[in-house]
Ligand binder design. Structure first.
Ligand SMILES: Cc1cc2nc3c(=O)[nH]c(=O)nc-3n(C[C@H](O)[C@H](O)[C@H](O)COP(=O)(O)OP(=O)(O)OC[C@H]3O[C@@H](n4cnc5c(N)ncnc54)[C@H](O)[C@@H]3O)c2cc1C
Length: 247
């Protein structure tokens, strides 16, 4: 069973970096001297660097806390300048994460979406079958393939340019997996176009899926409205970030 998710106001707690691992040319994993044993896969934290900003990051692990950060802008570049022993303020756990379903797992991850999907795969380690499809632009953008293999997960890679795995987007390796595993649940995290494509496939096939959406957010607990979906007011921070779409 995955732990019950909490999504409530919490104050930032000081945490010290105890380990830094470089995952690829732009992504780094931080381990902190803090644990949130009740936090589950798909939930996130807000990391605060006083004087700069506070940004959401998916949990890679809860005990001890781990996050992976891709350097793409001001905050993510700045946090990557920190060294072991330095302090970050962390607030959470926030949001609703993945819900475990019986049967095989098909995880689908684009970019740093590998982070919550890896956490989920370790929670579901007793499942008969666990597959993950990792998609990226090129081989150098791929993340966590070895981590998944080490956790006993069957890994399927795809890249836009064919420099690693199959050439194309995640739906290329997905279609044969879906045909072979009619009872599998899809759990996905990645860029919006990827999630929209997956939602369309699942709708067509009347399959349930769990999709973790990334939306710009400020407060992280449903007050500011920054992450509201225009069509229906769904709040990524409080109602999600994982959306459970029934089959
Ligand atoms: C629920 C949730 C979970 C998240 N989990 C993670 C996580 O686990 N790891 C992580 O690294 N980030 C994660 N993010 C994104 C993170 O919160 C920041 O948005 C990200 O670090 C960029 O912030 P910044 O201030 O560095 O860059 P910004 O100033 O916000 O952006 C700088 C530029 O980079 C572009 N950009 C932003 N994101 C990306 C991207 N992914 N790829 C390419 N270009 C981009 C922007 O469009 C902009 O042009 C998550 C966001 C949400 C909402």
């Amino acid at each position: 069973m995955l732990p019950a998710n909490r999504h409530s106001f919490s104050l930032p707690q000081p945490a010290h970096i105890v380990r830094i691992v470089r995952e690829n040319y732009r992504t780094v994993t931080f381990t902190f001297d803090l644990s949130w044993p009740d936090a589950g896969p798909g939930q996130f934290l807000m990391a605060w660097l006083p004087g700069l900003d506070e940004k959401p990051f998916s949990l890679l692990h809860n005990d001890p806390l781990q996050i992976s950060v891709a350097a793409v802008g001001r905050f993510s570049r700045q946090i990557q300048q920190l060294h072991s022993g330095e302090q970050v303020w962390l607030r959470g756990p926030l949001g609703h994460g993945f819900q475990s379903q019986p049967g095989p797992m098909i995880g689908i991850a684009g970019g740093y979406g590998v982070s919550p999907i890896h956490f989920l795969a370790t929670w579901l380690r007793n499942r008969r079958e666990r597959h993950v499809i990792i998609g990226a632009r090129t081989a150098r953008d791929l993340l966590f393939a070895e981590r998944f293999r080490a956790a006993g997960v069957q890994v399927h890679l795809c890249t836009d340019d064919g420099s690693a795995g199959e050439m194309g987007v995640v739906t290329v390796p997905l279609n044969p997996l879906l045909a072979a595993m009619p009872d599998a649940t899809i759990y996905a995290c990645g860029p919006t176009p990827m999630l929209e494509a997956l939602a369309a496939i699942c709708r067509e096939q009347h399959r349930g899926c769990q999709l973790s959406w990334e939306r710009y957010m400020r407060c992280g607990f449903g007050v500011c409205g920054s992450c509201a979906r225009r069509e229906d007011g769904w709040l990524a921070c409080q109602d999600g970030p994982v959306e459970i779409i029934p089959g």
